[in-house]
Design a protein around this ligand. Structure first.
Ligand code: G6P
Length: 611
């Protein structure tokens, strides 16, 4: 989603800002803009709908550059993707420019008041109230007081960077909930919504505190709280660089990431098993782990599906209840504090706004919080009491693939580790669990190879003609069917409804016809498998078309299927992990035939930083 990059120093800033914006591109955006102090009396700016490349080309045609500037990539929330709605936004005299991430709640009221005072608005955005309001306040207050008044009037979660023509030597940074990070260097300083934007320039960073106002010059940083009190915030060293991730010969990032899963899982599990003080890193004592009575998991999107599957791991191995919450719903439900419980926040990016807000809420009740993320420098890792860092490597394609499978592997491993600490499992059994994971990761990859030709040549052309699908699963394969349906919807735009197979007869059975294929995911629990066979029979009895993901030896089910994938048997808890690669590859090939933009599906963002 939206990205902010800013520079103040003794070099021209345009090149750096464009470069920084390109590094944030994969998060998803629809327009981009740049502004800087140049020679003229007003702030110069260029904005474009579309790519940062397009912005770069437009900037090359103009001589728009300076020693202090800001750039932004916008993902539309208030108003369509247009040049007028792209950031930066300006005051009436074009002396103040603002780039903003987040949402200003209740901005309409402020906007109407400002219009009454004669301010001229040119966009539909919430952001535009900021420069106009600031312009108004500067008529009455000096800079610092105007900023204090400004934040008093703004609700919501936001971070913004302001250029003010009267103060050409500085950037003004304001942060409430949405992240902003400053990079410090010799005679030049940087700011961005993610430090990857400047990670090749400096490793010396200051994560700005929540509810803070910062004045950043090329050789000075001053941070204040919203009441204007000076804050002393230490800079820290981050030795994490931006890896310029290429497609390495693959046609899409998604395909490359599908093929990276086995390695990502193996690397993550080997990395976890070498952590010396695991419980300490998770912010827990061994006593706390032994006494655990409940584990709660909170996430969004695909990560939430991983949590839904992990519920089965926790309840089987740790023998305690697990409760899974959607971050966007959790915050609006009553909170029942329970002793001896923990909350694990699962997020690829560690920046999802809903998950972060849920984390802050849980922390306020004093319950231990743990972040499981793929980005160690993320806000979630900084704010949680403890963390586990997956080693999936950068995931660029918007549709999550290797992060999902690595989350499954991580949560499976952690459940076993907790069980071992609770003396429910021996170290030999723990080793076997790790080995089971490596086997499932192997099957995840080899099954793609086994069915590659059939999928590309036969199945994808056949199934890409359908306009809707029903996905069914039972027990541990039900949440997996949710993930499969989401994958198909988000990248191919084909409608897919998922349902617990046992519920078929309570409604969705009415939808079975020749136009709607049923995709059924099996399990390896013998009792539940038999129920799945009955569900398959229900479909066939109504002449439904059945595509089945089954396991070796499941002849009854295989014989009922119109088409079938047969996988080697694994630990029954790892059925979803084993099926993951094949399911993703199948969806990928359908989408490719339909000609959709696989890595950047319409309307979606990789990192959802607004609620
Ligand atoms: C977006 C992405 C999904 C992701 C979800 C949660 O919707 O497109 O792929 O699953 O956010 O993101 P997180 O980074 O918290 O896992």
């Amino acid at each position: 989603m939206c990205g902010i990059v800013g520079y103040v120093g003794n070099k021209k800033c345009r090149g750096f800002i464009i470069d920084g914006l390109k590094r944030l591109e994969y998060r998803g955006y629809d327009s981009a803009g740049f502004s800087c102090f140049a020679q003229s009396d007003y702030l110069e700016s260029v904005k474009e709908v579309g790519s940062v490349k397009k912005l770069e080309q437009s900037l090359e045609k103009k001589s728009c550059d300076g020693f202090c500037g800001i750039g932004h990539t916008r993902w539309a929330t208030h108003g369509v993707a247009s040049q007028a709605n792209a950031h930066p936004h300006f005051d009436c005299n074009r002396k103040i420019a603002v780039v903003h991430n987040g949402i200003i709640e209740g901005f309409e009221k402020i906007r109407n008041e400002l219009i009454k005072l004669g301010h001229n608005f040119v966009s539909q955005t919430d952001t535009e109230v900021v420069p106009h309001l600031f312009e108004e306040l500067l008529k009455e207050f000096e800079l610092k007081d105007a900023l204090k008044e400004l934040v008093k009037k703004l609700d919501g979660a936001y971070s913004f960077v302001i250029l003010n023509k009267d103060y050409e030597d500085r950037l003004i940074l304001v942060r409430k909930k949405s992240p902003l990070v400053v990079g410090l260097s010799e005679e030049e300083n940087f700011v961005a919504s993610d430090f990857l934007a400047f990670s090749d320039k400096t490793q010396n960073v200051v994560f700005l505190p929540d509810e803070s106002i910062t004045v950043l010059r090329k050789d000075k940083i001053e941070i204040f709280d919203f009441s204007g009190n000076k804050l002393n915030v230490e800079a820290q060293k981050i030795d994490h660089k931006f890896n310029d991730v290429s497609k390495q010969g693959f046609e899409h990032y998604m395909l490359k990431e599908i093929y990276e899963q086995k390695q990502a899982i193996n690397k993550t599990i080997s990395f976890f098993s070498l952590i010396e003080n695991l419980w300490g890193q998770l912010g827990l004592t061994t006593e706390q782990v032994k006494k655990l009575k409940k584990i709660n998991l909170i996430a969004a999107g695909t990560s939430w599906h991983a949590c839904r599957i992990a519920q089965f791991f926790i309840e089987k191995y740790c023998k305690i209840p697990a409760q899974i919450y959607l971050a966007s719903e959790f915050r609006y439900m009553p909170f029942f504090r329970q002793d001896d419980s923990i909350f694990i926040f699962v997020s690829q990016s560690g920046e999802t706004a809903d998950s972060l807000e849920a984390l802050r809420l849980v922390k306020s009740f004093g319950v231990p919080t743990i972040a499981l993320t793929n980005v160690v420098s993320s806000t979630m890792v900084r704010e949680a009491d403890g963390y586990l860092h997956m080693q999936a490597g950068p995931e660029i394609s918007v549709a999550s693939t290797k992060a999902f499978s690595t989350q499954l592997a991580s949560l499976f491993w952690l459940s076993n580790k907790i069980a071992e600490q609770k003396s429910l499992m021996t170290d030999v059994e723990m080793k076997k669990a790790e080995n089971d994971l490596f086997i499932a990761a192997e099957i995840l990859e080899s099954s793609i190879e086994n069915y590659k030709v059939k999928i590309t040549g036969q199945l994808a052309p056949f199934y890409s003609k359908y306009e809707k699908f029903i996905f069914l699963g039972r027990h541990i394969s039900y949440p997996f069917s949710m993930e499969a349906a989401l994958k198909l919807k988000e990248i191919s735009y084909i409608f897919a409804q998922c349902y617990p197979a046992g519920e078929l007869k309570h409604g969705p059975i009415a939808l079975i016809d020749e136009k709607t294929p049923i995709v059924l995911f099996s399990v390896l629990d013998e009792l539940i498998y038999q129920k799945i066979v009955s569900n398959a029979q229900e479909v066939k009895a109504r002449n439904g078309h059945l595509l089945v993901f089954a396991f070796e030896g499941q002849e009854e089910l295989i014989n009922l299927a119109d088409n079938c994938f047969i996988l080697p048997r694994v630990n029954p808890m790892l059925v979803p992990l084993a099926m993951t690669g094949l399911m993703q590859f199948f969806v990928y090939q359908i989408t490719k035939l339909l000609g959709c933009p696989i890595d950047k599906p319409r309307n979606l963002a990789k990192s959802v930083t607004v609620e």
